[in-house]
Design a binder for this molecule. Structure first.
Ligand SMILES: Cc1cc2nc3c(=O)[nH]c(=O)nc-3n(C[C@H](O)[C@H](O)[C@H](O)COP(=O)(O)OP(=O)(O)OC[C@H]3O[C@@H](n4cnc5c(N)ncnc54)[C@H](O)[C@@H]3O)c2cc1C
Length: 390
């Protein structure tokens, strides 16, 4: 078949997979769609949170090998490391082959870099990775008393609610085990309040939930290093001891993006907030890799809900440029379920593009929200499995 245009999507995570499945519906057979990722297994990392208290479904239910379903949908796959990106020529070099795009979408996410804080990797458990979250869950089982620290090592980090949810889940699990009064639970973070971009209303509610549960909240703690021998975190302003440590590692853009000339002083890729186009025509960046400054001077949070919403807009607008539909714009709407323990979740939702600052409000915790979060946590896996068997 003689294809008119080649659409190359880098990254098969939340954004990239949403984009190619959406594009497959509109441009399949008329244009070539190529997805590049170093692996073909997608894992829904929201489930890591439940792994820290060992309350997770079987791994098979929250992860999927997407190669068969995407090939069936007419998407070409290159399973390879992206080594370099030339946004001018739209040529991407992978470890296996090079590919030239007419439309190039970068959805490579954020790279986790615990090594950027000296001592961190040896000191505790990286709960942003499945293994770290599961290992932390095992360590918690036999943890009888002492200090548990949850350390946010740098901003920005994906899912700004996650470390707070981790604290609520630990509080709830320790109560269930009958050990809560013997365990001191503390969050340490460089932020001055939780979920910064969402504003004061949301931040204050989370601070209140921590206070009600006796969870210590230590703000403006920028970790210089972690001394695993003496179980001590050294911050710019003081230090703190721990017996068991869970951490959110520093996030950076992947090397191929950093060396492409697409990043700015934030270290991420600035894009048009409504179209996700970079300063290069026909080159888009979406999801965690993109950087969108809000009216209050802060940035759109790194979250799956935004990666997904942005991918739908980019898929539509590429199809529009190919003459298949009308253009649309990303509106900055988003939501997030905030798990607070005891099978309850609050919900924050609103418009992050509102001026002069995001309009985000919180609704109180309910079991319905908690069930909706569980449902959401396997939704991409389910739709890819359905695509394969259709
Ligand atoms: C514990 C946890 C809980 C979370 N909970 C929520 C939640 O409740 N709600 C929510 O909205 N978000 C949540 N998130 C955040 C959400 O998972 C991310 O924001 C989302 O995955 C970002 O999507 P993305 O497509 O930008 O990147 P990713 O999903 O990270 O995908 C990036 C892809 O690029 C590939 N890649 C990267 N570099 C290369 C390279 N050089 N070569 C080849 N391939 C490469 C990777 O293999 C990966 O498949 C959570 C995250 C964590 C860690």
């Amino acid at each position: 078949m003689n294809h008119e245009n080649t659409i190359v999507v880098l990254g098969g995570g939340v954004g990239g997979l949403t984009l190619v499945t959406e594009l497959a519906k509109s441009v399949r057979g008329k244009h070539r769609i190529v997805l590049v990722d170093r692996k073909t297994v997608f894992h829904e990392c929201v489930n890591n949170l439940w792994a820290i208290t060992q309350d997770v479904p079987d791994y098979g239910a929250i992860s999927v090998d997407f190669s068969a379903s995407l090939r069936k949908a007419g998407v070409e796959l290159i399973e390879a490391e992206v080594n370099s990106i030339n946004p001018e020529s739209k040529v991407v070099e992978t470890e296996k082959e090079s590919v030239r795009a007419d439309y190039l979408v970068i959805a490579l996410g954020a790279q986790l870099s615990p090594e950027s804080v000296p001592g961190l990797a040896d000191a505790g458990y990286n709960i942003y990775e499945w293994k770290g979250a599961c290992d932390f869950g095992s360590a918690l089982k036999s943890f009888e008393n002492g200090k548990i620290g949850i350390l946010v090592s740098r901003t920005p980090f994906k899912c700004p609610a996650a470390p707070y949810e981790a604290a609520f889940l630990l509080d709830s699990a320790l109560r269930e085990y009958g050990r809560r009064q013997r365990v001191q639970l503390d969050v340490y973070t460089p932020e001055w309040q939780p979920m910064l971009s969402a504003g004061d209303e949301v931040g204050n509610v989370i601070v209140g939930y921590m206070a009600e549960r006796g969870i210590g909240y230590n703000t403006e703690r920028f970790a210089l290093k972690v001394d695993s021998k003496n179980s001590k975190m050294l911050f710019e302003i003081d230090d703190a001891e721990y017996d068991l440590l869970a951490f959110v590692p520093p996030h950076t853009a992947p090397q191929a993006v950093r060396s492409s000339g697409l990043t700015d002083s934030t270290g991420w890729v600035p894009v048009n907030p409504n179209t996700l186009e970079t300063r290069y025509r026909g080159v888009y960046a979406l999801g965690d890799i993109s950087s969108i400054r809000l009216h209050n001077g802060l940035f759109l949070p790194m979250a799956g809900v935004f990666a997904l919403g942005e991918a739908l807009v980019v898929a539509n607008n590429i199809a529009a440029q190919l003459g298949l539909c009308q253009n649309t714009q990303f509106s900055g709407e988003g939501f997030c379920f905030i798990e607070v323990g005891n099978r309850l979740a609050a919900m924050g939702s609103g418009n992050f593009y509102a001026a002069p600052s995001p309009k985000v409000s919180m609704t109180p915790p309910t079991n319905e929200n908690w069930m909706a979060k569980r449902e959401l946590a396997s939704s991409i896996t389910r739709s890819l499995k359905a695509l394969e068997s259709s």
